[in-house]
Design a protein around this ligand. Structure first.
Ligand code: ZN
Length: 707
C-alpha cells in the first residue's frame, strides 16, 4: 500500500472563496483596477507550473484541452455511454482522456500530452513524488543534474555579483565550447539579444567563478510575462494614487528587464501605498518551494478590504511599540525604530500561485524591510475556509476539548494570525556591517544575553537572512513568528484589543496553545523520513514548538498513542491549562530569546544546531514521533480544494463570476479563466516546457545549455 500522504481521496472537500460582499462595495474604477491586476496574476500564475515539475505544464494543458471540448457533465455522460461505471469515471483517467471529444478532435496533441504526463502524474517513485534537489526529489528551479553543492556554489556566485536568486533558475550544462557551465537564467520578457540598455544589460555575460563558468542570461517565461505586463499597464490607468502607478511602472520594468532591483523599488512604492481599498502584490515572492530556499515562486494576488477585521488589527498596530517591549530580548535586539506596518484584513479576490496562505507579510527583501518596512495582510475569507472543520473530523483531541476548540478556534486564530504577522515577523533586528564598514549597532555595548559577551558575529554587506540561513531560513522565521504569537497572546492587553476578557479570554489562550500543540503533531504529515527532511516551513515550525513545550516537562503537554474506535492506531494530545503560564511561558521565553539572538547575530552554525535539533523526528521514547507520524497520516483529513471566482469585462463594467463549491465548479473556474486565449496559451506553455526538457528525466551527464 502506497504512502497515503501522496494520495488524494476522490471525495476530497471543495470550498469556495467568498468575496462577493467585499467586491460589491468597490467603485467601478476600483473594480477595473482589481480586474486587470487579477488578469496579470492569473497569467503569471502559469509560471508556477514551470517552476514545479517537468510534467506539470503538460498536466495543465491536457486538462485544459479536455474541458474546453466538454464540460465535466458532458464528459461524464460520454464516459458512461462508453461503458465506464460511475466508479471507473473517477479512476480510469487514461480511458477517459483518450475517449474524450478533445482526443477525437486532436488525437495527436492529446496523445502526446498524455504520453508525457500520464505516468508521471501518478508516479510514487521516491524521486518523483515530492520537491527536492537532484536525487532527493523533483524540482524545475534546477536542472536535474544539479546537486546541493552546485546550489551553494551558485549562491556564492550570485552573492559575489550582488545578484538576487529570487527570479532565477539554475541549469548545469556544457557551453558552446564544451566547457562545464552554469546558466543563471533570469525571468524577463527581454532576451539578451534584444536588449536596450538598462541596469541589467552589463550583468548579462559569462563569468569565471571558483573554476567554473557562470553564464547570466534572461528571458525565462518571456511570453507569459508579456501577458502579465500587458495587464499591469492596463491596471495603471485605474490606479487610485501615484504610489500604485509608480509601483506598477517598476513591476513592468522588473518583468521586462529581469531586474529584482526594479521589483524592490516597486515594493517600496507598494509599502507607501497605505491601506488601499484594492491590495495586490505580484512577482517572484516566496522561496518555500525552492529546495535550496532562495528562489521565489511566482505569486500574484488581489484582495479587497474587510472593514471589521481591519479595525482590530489597527488597534494591535497602535499598541505595537508597547507590546514589542514585552518580548524576551534586550532593547538593542529590537529595530531602532519600529516601522508601523500597514496591517489589514482583506478578502481574496484572486490568488495565483501554488497555494493560498491565510496571512502574508511582505516584501521578503530584508534591506527593504529594515529601511522601508513591510505590510501585513490577513486574508479573512481564506481563514473562513480553513475553520470549516466538522466536529467528527477533529482528530487527536479529548472529547471535552472538542466543543471548546470549535467554539474558540476562529477568535484564537484571529489573535494568533495578528500577532504572528505583525509582532512576529515585524520584530527583531539584524546586526549588519555595511559595505563601507559601518555597523548598525554598537559593538562595544551590545551584549549577547545568551553568553553575556559582546557580539562576535553579524551580517556583512550583501548577506541576508535568506542567503545566510538558506535551507532553514523560512521555517526558522515562521517558528519565531508563531512563538511570538503564542507568547504575546498571554498578555491581557492583546486579548482586550480583540474584545476578549475574563474566562472567555482564558479559553481563547487555551485553545490557541492547544491548537499549536495539535498542529505540531499534524505537522508530521509534512516530514519525509526517507530523506529526513521537512517539506513545509510552517508545519516544521509548529513541530519544533511542540518539542520545546514537551521538553518543558511537568505534564504541560502529553502526546500519547491510543487505539481508535475503529481499532486502528490513534493518538491524543493534552495540554494542562493550569501550567501554561507557570511552565509553558518560561520555556517559550527562553527558546524565543535564543531564536532571536542567533538570528540577530547571523550565527548560522548555532542556529542550525538548535533548529535542526528540535526538528529531528525519531523513534526515541517516550513520544516515538516516527510511529506517531504513521498515525497522523492514517488519520489526516485531506486538504480542501478552493474554488476562486473570475472577473470579466462587460463593456466598461466588471462582473464577478462565482462558481459552486464542487469539483465541477473548480473545473469551470479554470475553463473560464483565459477566455480570450483559447488553445494558444497551452501551446505557449508547452513550448516553454519543451525548450528545457533536456534538463530533466534525461541523462545524468551534462546537456548543452543552448538547445
Ligand atoms: Zn509567517
Amino acid at each position: 500500500m502506497a504512502d497515503p500522504q501522496y494520495i488524494l481521496p476522490n471525495d476530497i472537500g471543495v470550498a469556495s472563496l467568498d468575496c462577493r460582499e467585499a467586491f460589491g462595495l468597490l467603485s467601478p474604477t476600483e473594480r477595473l483596477y482589481a480586474h486587470h491586476l487579477s488578469r496579470a496574476a492569473w497569467y503569471g500564475g502559469l509560471v508556477v507550473l514551470l517552476q514545479t515539475s517537468p510534467e506539470a505544464p503538460h498536466i495543465y494543458a491536457l486538462l485544459s484541452r479536455l474541458f474546453r471540448a466538454q464540460d465535466p457533465e458532458q464528459l461524464k455522460e460520454c464516459a458512461l455511454k462508453e461503458g465506464l461505471t460511475e466508479e471507473e469515471y473517477q479512476e480510469k483517467l487514461e480511458r477517459l482522456v483518450l475517449g474524450s471529444q478533445a482526443a477525437q478532435e486532436h488525437p495527436e496533441e492529446i496523445g502526446e500530452l498524455w504520453q508525457v504526463c500520464g505516468d508521471l502524474m501518478f508516479s510514487l517513485e521516491p524521486q518523483q513524488r515530492h520537491l527536492g534537489l537532484g536525487n532527493e526529489g523533483t524540482t524545475t528551479y534546477f536542472s536535474e543534474n544539479c546537486t546541493l553543492e552546485d546550489a551553494k556554489l551558485a549562491q556564492n556566485f550570485l552573492d559575489s555579483q550582488s545578484l538576487s536568486a529570487y527570479n532565477t533558475r539554475l541549469f548545469k550544462g556544457t557551453d558552446t565550447d564544451g566547457k562545464l557551465c552554469f546558466e543563471v537564467r533570469l525571468a524577463s520578457i527581454l532576451r539578451e539579444e534584444a536588449a536596450p540598455d538598462s541596469d541589467m544589460t552589463p550583468k548579462l555575460k559569462n563569468y569565471e567563478f571558483e573554476g567554473c563558468r557562470f553564464q547570466v542570461s534572461r528571458g525565462d517565461y518571456s511570453p507569459l510575462l508579456r501577458k502579465v505586463v500587458e495587464h499591469l499597464e492596463k491596471a495603471k490607468a485605474f490606479a487610485a494614487n501615484s504610489f500604485q502607478e509608480q509601483m506598477l511602472g517598476q513591476y513592468v520594468e522588473s518583468f521586462t528587464q529581469g531586474s529584482i532591483d526594479a521589483h524592490k523599488k516597486g515594493s517600496r512604492y507598494w509599502i507607501q501605498d497605505k491601506g488601499p481599498i484594492v491590495e495586490s502584490y505580484i512577482g517572484f515572492i516566496e522561496s518555500y518551494r525552492d529546495p535550496f530556499g532562495s528562489r521565489g515562486e511566482f505569486e500574484g494576488f488581489v484582495a479587497v478590504v474587510n472593514k471589521s477585521m481591519s479595525a482590530k488589527f489597527e488597534r494591535l498596530v497602535e499598541s505595537a511599540e508597547q507590546l514589542l517591549k514585552e518580548l524576551p530580548w534586550p532593547p538593542a535586539f529590537e529595530k531602532d525604530k519600529f516601522l508601523t506596518p500597514d496591517f489589514t484584513s482583506l478578502d481574496v479576490l484572486t490568488f495565483a500561485g501554488s497555494g493560498i496562505p491565510a496571512g502574508i507579510n511582505i516584501p521578503n527583501y530584508d534591506d527593504v524591510r529594515q529601511k522601508d518596512g513591510f505590510k501585513n495582510v490577513s486574508l479573512g475569507n481564506v481563514l473562513a475556509v480553513a475553520y470549516a472543520t466538522q466536529r467528527e473530523k477533529l482528530t487527536f483531541l479529548e472529547e471535552e476539548d472538542k466543543d471548546l476548540y470549535i467554539r474558540w478556534k476562529g477568535p484564537s486564530f484571529e489573535v494568533q494570525v495578528g500577532l504572528h504577522e505583525l509582532l512576529g515577523h515585524g520584530s527583531g533586528k539584524l546586526f549588519v556591517q555595511d559595505d563601507k564598514g559601518a555597523f548598525n549597532f554598537d559593538q562595544n555595548s551590545v551584549i549577547n544575553p545568551e553568553t553575556g559577551e559582546q557580539i562576535s558575529s553579524w551580517y556583512r554587506s550583501g548577506e541576508t537572512w535568506d542567503s545566510k540561513f538558506s535551507t532553514i531560513a523560512s521555517s526558522y522565521e515562521e517558528c519565531r513568528a508563531e512563538s511570538v504569537g503564542l507568547y504575546l497572546c498571554l498578555h491581557p492587553q492583546v486579548l482586550e484589543i480583540f474584545g476578549l476578557g475574563g474566562p472567555e479570554a482564558e479559553d481563547v489562550v487555551y485553545v490557541n496553545w492547544l491548537n499549536m500543540v495539535r498542529a505540531g503533531l499534524l505537522g508530521l504529515e509534512f516530514y519525509t523520513p526517507e530523506t529526513a527532511s521537512w517539506r513545509q516551513a510552517h508545519m516544521q515550525a509548529r513541530f519544533v514548538i511542540l518539542r520545546v513545550l514537551l521538553e518543558a516537562g511537568e505534564g504541560l503537554v502529553t502526546v500519547v498513542p491510543t487505539t481508535g474506535s475503529d481499532g486502528r492506531p490513534d493518538a491524543r494530545v493534552r495540554l494542562d491549562r493550569h501550567k501554561i503560564r507557570s511552565v509553558g511561558k518560561p520555556a517559550l521565553e527562553q527558546f524565543l530569546r535564543r531564536l532571536q539572538v542567533l538570528k540577530s547575530t547571523g550565527d548560522v552554525a548555532a542556529g542550525r544546531a538548535l533548529y535542526q535539533g528540535y526538528s529531528a523526528v525519531t523513534d526515541a521514547a517516550p513520544e516515538n514521533f516516527l510511529a506517531l507520524r504513521e498515525t497522523v497520516l492514517l488519520r489526516k483529513e485531506a486538504r480542501k480544494l478552493i474554488v476562486q471566482p473570475n472577473t470579466c469585462l462587460e463593456g466598461s463594467q466588471v462582473q464577478l463570476l462565482e462558481y459552486e463549491a464542487s469539483a465541477a465548479g473548480l473545473i469551470r473556474s479554470f475553463s473560464e479563466r483565459f477566455p480570450e486565449d483559447g488553445p494558444m496559451l497551452e501551446e505557449v506553455l508547452i513550448g516553454l516546457a519543451k525548450a528545457d526538457a533536456r534538463f530533466w528525466r534525461g541523462p545524468k551527464e551534462t546537456p548543452p545549455l543552448k538547445a
